[in-house]
Design a protein around this ligand. Sequence first.
Ligand SMILES: [Zn+2]
Length: 333
Amino acid sequence: MNRFRHNKVSKKNKKPHLYKTKRTKQRDLFVPFTFSSNPCDFVLTNKKEIDILSQYILDYPNIETGGQLFGYWTFDGKPVVLFVLGPGPKAGHYNTFFMQDIDYLKRCASMLKSLYGLDHVGEWHSHHQLGLSHPSSHDSHNISSNMRTLGYKKFLLCIATCNSSESSINAFMFDSCKNEYEQIPWVIKDTDSPYRKIIKDDYFILPETKHPNMVNLFCKSSSANKSKIDYDKTYWLVQKGNSKILKLIIDTLKGKFPSHDFIPTIDKSNEVHVEIYQNGFVLEDIHFPMGFPTIPPNVIDSHGHDPYIHNKWIFNGDILSSFFSYYKNPNKY
Ligand SMILES: [Zn+2]
């Protein structure tokens, strides 16, 4: 709808959203969004940063606001958001666009990079109560143009909406190889950002809203046990008692490797994966395919390879002991 388009920008304020915006007659790189069809696509962050985002969004319930997302990319192209930056003191808040305070952004980005090695992985801005929970055509145009200019292969854009008391935010991945952008789910770890604890608060403009209230987030199913999953009737988890075996595998892994996180997920084929993280980095993905336990799990390491020799898998009738006879340390063989 026209009134939601962000292209009516006055000459005085012609730099919405990204700090370098150039109008171009070139066709947008990206086609209108779809949902990601790749079950491995998601954005990883933690509850504290989601809360801070909610507070920043609720600071401006009737006008646009925004900021930048800092973190890094995993080996397989997932963004990890470890620090959310809000609007600077001289940011421009308008009904249909937001303009970051460039000096503030440069100062913060430089500090986050030089002291903590955090990269600028994405942007966020709020469409407040405009009724548009995805990028406008102008947002898409801006991102595609800036990615070309800056040579970025991937970029994360998060679009927030709110009312006076609740906020929500959707994540969109722009990928120059795919020529499109897709909505991707959040994976939110229930821990504070390690950086939020050590970075001096007084360096940043913090939100004034005291109580976060983020609702209706599109999240990746984070527990194989909680949701009702329509497994194929021959899948191993359909058999009575095998859900407990999966839980035992995860609990045993947690006991053996306490500094790692083990997140069970379900892919689009309704097959279970256990994703292994250390300090926010994905180390491995253990996939339990159709045919397991007759055939071995697929272990994908940080180079995208399965380092295990499949014919060493011996199913002795006991899934737990067969698994641990085969599987050793994460990323150590
Ligand atoms: Zn927008």
